[in-house]
Design a protein around this ligand. Structure first.
Ligand SMILES: *[C@@H]1O[C@H](CO)[C@@H](O)[C@H](O)[C@H]1NC(C)=O
Ligand SMILES: *[C@@H]1O[C@H](CO)[C@@H](O)[C@H](O)[C@H]1NC(C)=O
Length: 271
């Protein structure tokens, strides 16, 4: 009987631990490490960036080092990364590239003043392909020329703030074409004063997006595994009990196993 309780408690413990991973968007504690190295844990993604991103652009003859953001990525980056698909990748990549540029010592663009008339969009340009999607302008702050002479607003937005909620409204009309090395991504910052644009290789944005990786096993993998383990332990202990009965053996069923589980779990004590 005790055995059933042990197996049941073990199962409940594993399942609740998994569920405590939290709803989407909840963040576990961040673990800062020496050398300014930060790795962030999110229920679905881990940010564990390299020191630099090396990328060979079409006109370049050698790899160029691009700045990487080493802080905790704000929520909008995860939001786009979670969105997935081609735009989710490109826009989360753009947000990370922008954060890398803004937080690099030469740049002082982490403070951003939103303008009421501004609009930003990303276009993917290929020989026979043109797609466009809009995104919040704070995600290209370091590319906006006019962001240097701002600060009329006493409360500019710090783009590194942990919690910046955006609505990741990406219209996807079914044309999912893979990002190739040759495609150019054009980011536009349009306002009533002027329309500015910057060309970035789409593959570079993809490289930035790839510094944020999915982690953890999906439910359809861990649940069957957990069940299999529990059933395995149950069957093992069943046979253990049967042996015990037939041999009239005084040693308890698998003592090391039971005590180790209970030493991990302070709420139950065995006597
Ligand atoms: C910005 O301007 C360019 C060029 O005029 C245009 O192609 C693009 O659609 C505009 N983007 C937005 C969001 O208005
Ligand atoms: C869907 O994508 C195609 C190809 O990029 C584009 O020509 C078309 O205008 C888009 N349709 C809508 C409704 O956005």
């Amino acid at each position: 009987m005790t055995l059933y309780v042990i197996v049941y408690l073990l199962f409940i413990n594993i399942v609740t631990a998994k569920i405590n991973g939290g709803p989407r968007g909840r963040f576990d504690d961040n673990h800062a490490r020496p050398h300014g190295y930060v790795s962030t844990h999110h229920p679905h993604y881990t940010y564990h960036p390299p020191n630099h991103i090396y990328f060979m652009c079409k006109q370049c003859s050698s790899l160029v080092a691009y700045p990487v953001y080493h802080g905790t990525p704000p929520t909008y980056v995860y939001k786009y990364r979670e969105y997935g698909g081609r735009y989710g990748d490109l826009l989360s990549g753009l947000a990370l590239y922008n954060l890398g540029r803004a937080s690099n010592e030469q740049w002082h663009y982490t403070l951003y003043e939103r303008r009421p008339d501004e609009k930003c969009s990303l276009q993917i340009v290929d020989q026979n392909l043109f797609e466009e999607t809009t995104f919040p302008c704070l995600m290209m702050s370091s590319f906006v020329d006019s962001s240097n002479n701002f600060l009329k607003n006493p409360h500019p937005l710090d783009i590194t703030t942990a919690q910046i909620n955006v609505r990741a409204l990406v219209h996807n009309n079914g044309t999912v074409i893979k990002v190739t090395k040759d495609q150019e991504c054009v980011i536009w910052h349009n306002s009533t004063i002027k329309n500015e644009h910057v060309m970035i290789p789409c593959a570079l944005l993809k490289n930035y997006a790839d510094t944020m990786r999915p982690h953890g096993l999906p439910v359809y993998v861990w649940l069957p595994l957990t069940l299999a383990t529990v059933i395995g332990i149950y069957i093992f202990c069943q046979s253990c009990f049967t042996q015990k009965k037939s041999h009239i053996d005084e040693t308890p069923c698998n003592p090391t196993l039971t005590t180790s589980y209970f030493s991990n779990n302070n709420t139950v004590t065995i006597h």
